[in-house]
Write a protein that binds this ligand. Structure first.
Ligand code: HEM
Length: 183
């Protein structure tokens, strides 16, 4: 994944646990580069190794960390150079969810080697169902956090329930999402 993703993880860990924790995690993950470059492609293994090392260091399950990282990512992306593209892509949780593929396609103009995920959204009563497809395994908890982060972006309260899992043989990871304006 592009260095931007690893940089966001670094920002999260440094903000919440300090620079020493990040140094320890980086070392445990076997990463010698002192800093990630935003626009450089790194093997996905680097990101997975960082998540695994952080999990060991904090004694916290990887899925919990990925979920927290998802929430963080939205706020991080908002203040970055592509934040305006994200905000212009929708004005509510449902709108942005529906626009995610188009948004990543616009972002891919800057990141030509992007291997973006795909999100298909369909209404279901007062909720929506989101089918998530990825080239990468194990990121469903990240998506849960991302959707929660999108809710926070718009001041909406959001519940996310995973209703199908690729790990369990489904064609996609599917989530039922309910968003409402927080009182
Ligand atoms: C300004 C906003 C955003 C930017 C700049 C951005 C950019 C990126 C980049 C660079 C990657 C790494 C993929 C690669 O290197 O091949 C990525 C992956 C991903 N993005 Fe975004 N993204 C943004 C917002 C979002 C939002 C709001 C979501 C909400 C669901 C999202 C969902 C994902 C997921 C799930 C992945 C993991 C890759 C995978 O599933 O295979 N992104 N994005």
């Amino acid at each position: 994944m592009y260095g931007m993703v690893n940089q966001a993880l670094e920002a999260l860990v440094t903000e919440r646990f300090g620079a020493e924790t990040w140094a320890a995690v980086r070392q445990k993950a076997g990463i010698s580069d002192p800093a990630f470059i935003t626009m450089k492609q790194y093997p996905d293994e680097v990101t997975y190794a960082l998540a695994g090392a952080l999990s060991e260091h904090l004694q916290a399950p990887v899925p919990d960390l990925l979920r927290a990282f998802g929430v963080y990512w939205v706020a991080y992306a908002k203040r970055g150079p592509w934040g305006k593209i994200m905000l212009a892509s929708g004005g509510s949780t449902y709108e942005l969810l529906t626009a995610l593929d188009a948004m990543h396609a616009r972002i891919a103009i800057s990141f030509p080697d992007l291997k973006p995920p795909s999100f298909k959204v369909r209404p279901e009563g007062d909720a929506v169902v989101v089918d998530y497809q990825s080239h990468r395994p194990g990121l469903a908890p990240f998506v849960v956090g991302l959707i929660e982060g999108i809710g926070a972006l718009f001041g909406e309260s959001v519940t996310v329930e995973q209703i199908a899992s690729k790990d369990a043989g489904a064609a996609a990871d599917s989530f039922r999402v309910r968003a409402s304006k927080a009182a």
